[in-house]
Design a protein around this ligand. Structure first.
Ligand SMILES: [Zn+2]
Length: 628
């Protein structure tokens, strides 16, 4: 009925006119006495907006059992319109289906608020303000978190049927303002839990991990970075639950850690040397000035450079005129383009300053070759000399040479270790148990070989120190670098399944989350957006996994229905007088108690005049010394 009226006057609906209906339903039998006699207690008007019905106004008749029955919780037995509670959350004007739609558009499709408003207006003919969209997004996340909790047993069962779940833990923040802690079930890539914590600290992480294990079962492995907070948190969890599972350190983090310790002193020195010599600014000035000189002829000059590139080797002569200048300019540009050698990984896997050094040396040798038979054109010669002069310190100065030699030596050692862990060479998905086995053996090899190569005394102090750094790291983390092959229990068919060797699944998740938020907000700086984003928003990403959706609500179309059932169940509990424990709430307050930062609740208590006066008074008072 509502739909038919709604279609006819959608435009009026968008104005102010509601479709009116009467919601007077057959009350059935009293659940307490089984009687069928009811009195009308009251009629009340409820306004509503749903995608299914549009905007309406319902006159609801509420009845009370004629025998005056009461529920176990003490409330009288009443009957309203079930058709309304099925679509509208308690004391809400907007239906479950609107909440779901807004939530999915916001968190899965990353649409902006005004886009969501117009989508809903166009499709359902109801108006939702941008402010409401924000509020409905929050409610969506809250409902989804409740559903996630309510379905924990089912999810746990599915994870157990896989033979357990490898627990990946990581945290991310933006500008140090609050941290998003996330647990991921590696094989299914579900997010069992996500929390906001004030800082990355073990005593804040541990309760969250405990909570996750309580709801989703014991993991079959744990993967973490080498952080000062993560390491003890996971060790404590494994200890207190007496788990016999491998605790794995992310190979990528391990390598980065070794790499930084190996390279940083020399690398920082090289960076400083380049800055002091001002090589790059000088080269950039030269490129600019030559570009200006070439002026409109620059395209022709580019052609000439291409021509020069295609020439056979050995030609040390440089042409006169614009072509010559263009070649000098191209060599300077090539030197500055050292980033082209980067593989896309961060330092210490890439060493950009070392690349810059290599390019400077090569370019300098090239200019020397050119100058051996000086160009006839004086302008070209002077440009070439300038380039040569700017590059001179790199090749000529002792500190440059010593630093890069040390850096190269250590980088080679690092790359050797990298080769053993073979992170870049094979994609983790394609790894086999044999691959891992080989890697494990190879990890023992370098330890032996490094120990052999380590010069006990003598001038090779640097190489000795470098080898010690590597050995120290392997000694400290070696136990956490192996154990990725998980034997599955017989009840799930046995066999072996591999755990990822890096925390890539979680890091990728964070990257995606930030990318999505950036796209939605159009802001590059996400500090504020991430601060306002509820931690449970991470759970929404679970809806991208069909296996998860099937378990929590069957299909996305039935998500609204599942939300409605949550409220119904909660109401049942209340009528029966049973407490509906909100575990999330408990954990949130536990986290706040542990945190050292002043919570809002605490601030209200201590930031007032009474507190000031009281503390001052105590300080002034001369309390007698008590003897024990
Ligand atoms: Zn009754």
């Amino acid at each position: 009925m509502i739909r038919s009226v709604g279609h006819r006057c959608r435009q009026q609906l968008l104005g102010s006119i509601d479709t009116c209906l009467s919601a007077d339903e057959e009350p059935g039998l009293c659940p307490v006495c089984g009687g069928a006699r009811w009195y009308v207690q009251k009629t009340r008007v409820r306004h509503g907006r749903t995608l299914a019905h549009g905007q309406f106004q319902a006159r609801e008749t509420v009845r009370v059992c004629a025998s005056g029955c009461h529920h176990a919780g003490g409330l009288p037995v009443t009957r309203g319109a079930g058709s309304l509670t099925q679509h509208l959350p308690p004391s809400s004007l907007v239906g479950y289906d609107v909440i779901v739609r807004v939530g999915l558009e916001r968190f899965l499709r990353h649409r902006q608020r005004h886009e969501i408003c117009s989508t809903i207006e166009n499709e359902a003919g109801i108006r939702v303000s941008t402010g409401e969209v924000s509020e409905l997004s929050r409610r969506f996340v809250h409902y989804l978190a409740r559903l996630h909790q309510a379905r924990a047993e089912r999810l746990k069962g599915a994870l157990a049927n896989d033979g357990g779940w490898p627990m990946h833990v990581d945290a991310t923040g933006e500008d140090g303002r609050g941290t998003l802690l996330l647990v991921m079930a590696g094989w299914r890539q579900w997010v069992p839990g996500a929390w906001k914590i004030s800082t990355e600290r073990a005593d804040l992480i541990l309760p969250c991990l405990r909570e996750t294990v309580r709801h989703f079962g014991v993991p079959c492995a744990a993967m973490r970075d080498l952080g000062r907070a993560m390491t003890p948190a996971i060790d404590d969890l494994v200890g207190e639950l007496e788990l016999a599972i491998p605790v794995l350190a992310c190979h990528q983090h391990f390598l980065a850690d070794v790499g930084k310790d190996l390279l940083e002193p020399s690398y920082a020195e090289l960076r400083g040397l380049f800055r002091r010599a001002k090589v790059r600014p000088k080269l950039r000035t030269l490129v600019r000035e030559l570009g200006r000189k070439l002026g409109p002829g620059i395209e022709e000059a580019r052609q000439a450079v291409r021509q020069w590139q295609s020439m056979a080797e050995g030609g040390h002569d440089i042409e006169s005129g614009d072509t010559g200048l263009a070649i000098v300019r191209a060599v300077a540009q090539w030197t500055l383009d050292y980033q082209a050698r980067a593989s896309g990984l961060d330092y210490p896997f890439d060493r950009p300053y070392l690349d810059l050094y290599e390019r400077c040396s090569t370019a300098r040798r090239a200019t020397e070759a050119f100058l051996r038979a000086p160009p006839e054109d004086k302008k070209v010669e002077s440009a070439l000399e300038r380039l040569h002069r700017y590059l001179a310190p790199v090749q000529g100065e002792l500190p440059f040479r010593q630093t890069t030699e040390r850096l190269r030596r250590r980088a080679a050692l690092f790359d050797e270790l990298r080769g053993v862990l073979r992170l870049a060479t094979i994609s983790e998905q394609d790894e086999t148990e044999q691959d891992l086995h080989r890697m494990r053996e190879k990890l023992d090899e370098p330890v032996a070989s490094l120990k052999k190569r380590r010069p006990e005394r003598g001038p090779a102090r640097d190489i000795r120190e470098a080898i010690d750094i590597v050995l120290k790291h392997i000694e400290a983390h070696g136990a956490n670098l192996r154990g990725h092959a998980i034997r599955l229990p017989e009840r799930v068919g046995g066999g072996v399944r591999l755990v990822f060797r890096t925390n890539f699944p979680v890091e990728n998740f964070f990257g995606q989350l930030k990318h999505d938020e950036r796209r939605r907000s159009g802001r590059k700086n996400l500090t504020r957006d991430l601060e306002q984003l509820p931690a449970e928003a991470a759970l929404v990403y679970n809806l991208e996994h069909a296996d998860y959706v099937t378990l929590v609500c069957g299909s996305l179309d039935r998500l609204a229905e599942a939300f409605a059932h949550l409220d119904l169940d909660r109401r049942e509990m209340r009528l029966k007088g049973l407490p509906c424990a909100d575990r999330q709430q408990d954990l949130a307050s536990e986290l706040q108690m542990v945190s050292a930062s002043l919570s809002k609740a605490d601030r209200r208590v201590i930031r007032n005049e009474e507190m000031d006066r009281r503390v001052a008074a105590v300080a002034r008072s001369r309390a007698p010394h008590r003897r024990h």
